[in-house]
Design a protein around this ligand. Structure first.
Ligand code: ZN
Length: 280
């Protein structure tokens, strides 16, 4: 196993929001970040913070949206010393050529600009053998100590689908000899029940709280208010930190520990050690 972390997000800002603190902390002690971006980021709007404190969002068509979000994604990844690996699964919807009408990608429809034929959307990627195989090969090639992705309890169906894709691929990699761990990061919503807000372990990123918010803020079109003290993701990190007995935390559930069965006299690598020590 390499001293690296593989992180799999659906949209350009997911990784920084969910595990930016973990990535910053372990990058600082020499970990490589394998940054995997599952969708093509073609959908959505551009938000800007106005002088009166409100946020205005305008919709953007597929090609400029993709370009903008990938640019921001590359900037954030660069701050983590890495470059994103874009899987480019099309999102499920997008803004039409008039810049206003929301359209949905469906079987047999005309494809929007920038979407190649025969690319499964993120919603069905987990059922597509070629898509799974590509991620399996990436896991085996990079051989990370830990893979981090969404849990399956998600408000956003593209987050859910990315969890299925990454988790499915992880198990197939395990069948092919991969021995690293898989953890799901947690969301803070209770829509599917309080149970889904529980966690088993955490990473204390207290010294990196400000830097994490700066990292999130690199996604300018989505997070124009990341610098504010009342920014939601900052407050959540602090709240989880209080619950975990530190200043700021990112929280996880274990899907599988790393397999150290045949290793004699093992010394846990730093991230694994923290996750094990923090497991309740
Ligand atoms: Zn997202």
């Amino acid at each position: 196993m390499n001293q690296s972390i593989m992180v799999v997000g659906a949209h350009a800002d997911d990784i920084e929001v969910a595990v930016g603190g973990t990535c910053l902390k372990y990058r600082a002690v020499g970990y490589e970040i394998v940054y995997v971006m599952a969708t093509n980021n073609m959908s959505g709007g551009v938000s800007e913070l106005l002088n009166d404190g409100t946020v205005r969002t305008t919709m953007e068509t597929t090609l400029p949206m993709m370009a903008r979000r990938k640019r921001e994604c590359n900037d954030a990844a660069r701050a983590l010393g890495t470059t994103p690996i874009h899987l480019d699964h099309p999102q499920r919807h997008y803004t039409g050529p008039d810049g206003k009408t929301p359209l949905e990608l469906r079987y047999g429809c005309v494809l929007p600009d920038g979407v190649p034929p025969n690319a499964p959307t993120i919603l069905t990627a987990c059922e597509d053998p070629a898509s799974i195989d590509r991620l399996v090969r990436l896991i085996l090639e990079k051989d990370p100590e830990v893979v981090l992705t969404f849990g399956v309890s998600q408000m956003n169906i593209e987050h859910f689908a990315t969890s299925l894709l990454a988790t499915q691929s992880y198990w197939q990699a395990v069948e092919n000899g991969f021995r690293g761990a898989l953890l799901h990061w947690r969301d803070a919503h209770t829509r599917h029940g309080e149970f889904n807000c529980r966690w088993e372990t955490f990473v204390d990123y207290t010294p990196y709280l400000d830097r994490k918010m700066k990292l999130i803020g690199l996604h300018r079109c989505q997070m124009p208010n990341a610098h504010l003290p009342e920014f939601g993701h900052r407050l959540l990190g602090v709240r989880w930190g209080q619950a975990c007995g530190c200043g700021a935390a990112e929280v996880f559930t274990w899907v599988r520990h790393a397999d150290y069965r045949d290793t004699q006299g093992i010394v846990y690598p730093p991230l694994t050690l923290e996750l094990i020590q923090n497991t309740k």
